[in-house]
Ligand binder design. Structure first.
Ligand SMILES: Nc1ncnc2c1ncn2[C@@H]1O[C@H](COP(=O)(O)OP(=O)(O)OP(=O)(O)O)[C@@H](O)[C@H]1O
Length: 343
């Protein structure tokens, strides 16, 4: 478990103070994949680097498995760093060393016996799918293969926590997917807690259990990926969610909504879990004097749960529309006026 309690980080740049983190409270439970997302400059790198004390916070506490890392001696910090693996956007490999040596490096530094190193490196390269590349040099490999070596190296000391600093940002979408699949496998098979930072909401959606949105050094929203994606509250979170949910209303539709007549009302209906696929439209048209017209819709999946979105135009007497809406709400379908959405 990783706990941030009131963590702050201020950099001194000449005479100027830069407040990169302003009181972060966050708990990453053991075995979770936790994503922190934010635009450039939000403080993501500063935050992740405080966990293994690559950056020392200016204030607050960081507890790893209950132990306050800021109170540890240098010797204990070296020990705890072995328990925290890290991978980087640009891989940080030693280009003059072979793949084998890159992965072996943490074990050599820990003075592990040679025979154990050989076995462990072989197992790690097998695990990341690069068993046949041991004698190559990093420059001879693709970006995805380099990140696999970075992952093997990070796992060499058998950590319980893996920090991922924009680990897929330099990779194409297909390679990104294969690296994210590997991270999920590491999380599941070894029960390694993963804390990752990214500016891509697709990464969060693909593998994270929970997400925190960082803005100007503060957590502005946090929760399960399902809750944040299906009901984002803050404008920045909404922007991130819309970047991957593909539920932007088309321009022509927005005009239609603005021109809507007074006996027409337009609502966004959100379906989750078992409410997806319920035949509510025919029932509502039958039971109430309203006509329903679907203007826009999609169904997707979040954390394995179906999630649907429909923009529906209701026409009829306002009182009948109200009764119809109330009946739809009773079916556990979330309703939002589209005017709110447009603003
Ligand atoms: N060593 C440093 N000295 C001075 N200012 C810094 C230093 N490192 C980061 N900053 C500043 O702190 C703020 C947060 O930076 P940080 O790199 O943590 O954000 P980020 O969300 O990771 O951004 P990016 O995605 O662009 O890396 C920025 O204003 C940045 O310029």
């Amino acid at each position: 478990m990783i706990q941030f309690e009131g963590v702050a980080k201020t950099y001194q740049s000449g005479k100027q103070e830069i407040h990169a983190l302003n009181g972060i409270d966050l708990t990453v439970e053991t075995g979770e994949i936790y994503g922190v997302i934010g635009f450039s400059g939000a403080g993501k790198s500063s935050l992740i680097r405080t966990v293994n004390l690559l950056e020392r916070p200016s204030a607050g506490r960081i507890l790893i498995h209950g132990q306050d890392v800021l109170t540890l001696s240098s010797k204990k910090i070296r020990t705890i760093r072995k328990d925290i693996g890290m991978i980087f956007q640009h891989f940080n490999l030693l280009n003059s060393k072979t793949v084998y040596h890159n992965v072996a490096m943490p074990l050599l530094l820990a003075k592990t016996p040679k025979a154990d190193i050989e076995k462990q490196v072989k197992d790690l390269l097998d695990f990341v799918g690069l068993a046949d590349q041991a004698q190559k040099y990093p420059d001879q490999l693709s970006g995805g293969q380099k990140q696999r070596i970075g992952i093997a190296r990070a796992l060499a000391t058998n950590p319980s926590v893996l920090l991922c600093d924009e680990a897929t940002s330099a990779l194409d979408p297909q390679t990104t997917k294969s690296i994210l699949d590997l991270l999920r496998k590491i999380n599941k098979e070894y029960n390694i807690t993963i804390l990752l930072i990214t500016h891509e909401m697709g990464v969060i959606r693909e593998i994270c259990d929970k997400v925190a949105v960082l803005e100007a050094g503060k957590v502005i929203e946090q929760g399960s990926v399902f809750d944040i994606f299906s009901n984002p509250q803050q404008p920045t979170t909404k922007r991130f969610v819309r970047s991957v949910m593909n539920d932007e209303l088309p321009e022509s539709l927005l005009e239609q909504i603005q021109d809507a007549q007074s006996d027409h009302a337009i609502y966004r209906l959100q379906f989750t879990g078992t409410s997806v696929g319920k035949p509510f439209m025919s029932r509502v048209s039958r039971d109430f004097k309203v006509d329903l017209n679907v203007l826009f819709g999609n169904i997707t999946e979040l954390q394995g749960i179906p999630y649907g979105n429909l923009i529906v135009e209701f026409s009829g007497e306002p009182s009948e529309i109200e009764r119809a809406l109330s009946s739809i709400r009773d079916s556990n379908i979330h309703i939002e006026e589209v005017n709110n959405y447009v603003s």
